[in-house]
Design a protein around this ligand. Structure first.
Ligand code: NDP
Length: 335
């Protein structure tokens, strides 16, 4: 069983030598345990925060142990009555080829139906990132039909789900993404109304002008994934009583400062800004997953995936995700 451990913590930018490839035996199963062979590992930006030893909403990733993370795979051995060999399952097996799971613990392993939805989607659009988009949209932005909404990191796992959910509610949806290929995909394939390439608008003034053109009626709701000058620019275009779901600030995950240059605009425009962590809202998951599964099965949500091959490739693929080298949901395929 090949595994990727966190070997040491980053100083500033995360690097490949923070990780270590280790081989170990999988232990024999005890009662209620299940052996899962992972087909896909999920790589997610939140993992960067857990590599640090600082105070956060989640415990840091322990050193010398398997990197934690979501997994999708197949039961290959079972000593639990509800799981049979061949069942497709999602869980939190970490960066390794196999995991032994105590399936009697609630929420540790979930059987999924791959008849209409591919297994990998359960780590993206029909999984944690999809529910993240759903929560910020439905519970924080709470849009009306006809509202103009903006989302940053629009081509990614969360952003693409946000677009499909917002279009289904009759909103005008404008994305922000890095580069012409991602922007073309966001409008042509994801069906956004417009997409702004932030690399063409590298400061708040230029970005604010681009937003003015893409959002002639102003912005009613913003789903923030990035932070920094993009947030400043969006704030300058928010309509009175606009709502901002603060989901991520990836531009600062390696320790870069993210100043907000004009916070008084929150007062002047009477804005609501609310941060959230999706795992603290398990009550919405069933409803959100049902809607996301329906959109995926009907083809209205066709997320793109970046697939790295083999456990050896996980560190580089993860570092690429933090730099925008992924195009859509970043996965590692193991078989
Ligand atoms: P994505 O698939 O969107 O991948 C990350 C993307 O971020 C990259 O593709 C890149 O897109 C963009 N990016 C990276 N660095 C920068 C930068 N400096 N400036 C602007 N854009 C950058 O990842 P996810 O969809 O999984 O996650 C999106 C966000 O949601 C993250 O911030 C993540 O932390 C957050 N999140 C929060 C959760 C919560 O509970 N609050 C749960 C899940 C995710 P591009 O090339 O377009 O710049």
């Amino acid at each position: 069983n090949k595994q990727q451990h966190l070997d040491n913590r980053p100083e500033g930018e995360a690097v490949a030598s923070n990780f270590k490839l280790v081989t170990s035996e999988t232990p024999a199963l005890k009662d209620n345990e299940v052996l899962v062979r992972h087909h896909y590992l999920s790589l997610d930006p939140y993992m960067r925060g857990r590599m640090n030893d600082s105070k956060s909403y989640a415990q840091p990733q322990p050193l010398g142990q398997v990197m934690q993370g979501g997994t999708a795979g197949e039961v290959v051995e079972s000593r639990h009555p509800k799981f049979a060999v061949g069942d497709k399952v999602v869980g939190f097996g970490g960066w390794q080829e196999y995991s032994v799971v105590d399936a009697s613990q609630p929420g540790m392993l979930r059987k999924v139906d791959t008849t209409h939805v591919p297994l990998s989607y359960y780590l993206g659009a029909v999984g944690m990132p999809g529910v993240t988009a759903w929560y910020g949209l439905v519970k924080i932005i709470a849009p009306k039909s006809g509202d103009t909404l903006v989302v940053s990191a629009a081509s990614g796992a969360v952003g693409s789900a946000f677009g499909a959910l917002a279009k289904a509610r009759g909103c005008r949806v404008v994305g922000i993404a890095g580069g012409p290929d991602k922007c073309k995909y966001v409008t042509d394939e994801l069906g956004f109304d417009a997409c702004i390439d932030y690399r063409q608008h590298p400061d708040a003034k230029s970005m604010s002008q681009a937003l003015k053109e893409a959002c002639p009626n102003g912005i009613d709701g913003y789903f923030e994934n990035v932070g920094g000058y993009i947030l400043d620019a969006v704030l300058s275009r928010m309509n009175a009583f606009g709502r901002i779901a603060l989901c991520g600030m990836i531009a600062g995950y390696d320790g870069q400062p993210l100043p907000m240059t004009n916070p008084s605009i929150l007062l002047i425009s009477r804005l609501k800004i609310e941060g959230f962590i999706v795992s603290e809202h398990m009550e919405v998951w069933p409803e959100a997953l049902q809607e996301l599964g329906g959109l995926a099965a009907s083809g209205k949500l066709r997320p793109r995936e970046s697939i790295a091959q083999g456990i050896e490739s996980a560190p580089e693929a993860f570092l690429g995700l933090l730099k925008g080298r992924n195009f859509g949901k970043q996965l590692v395929k193991l078989i």
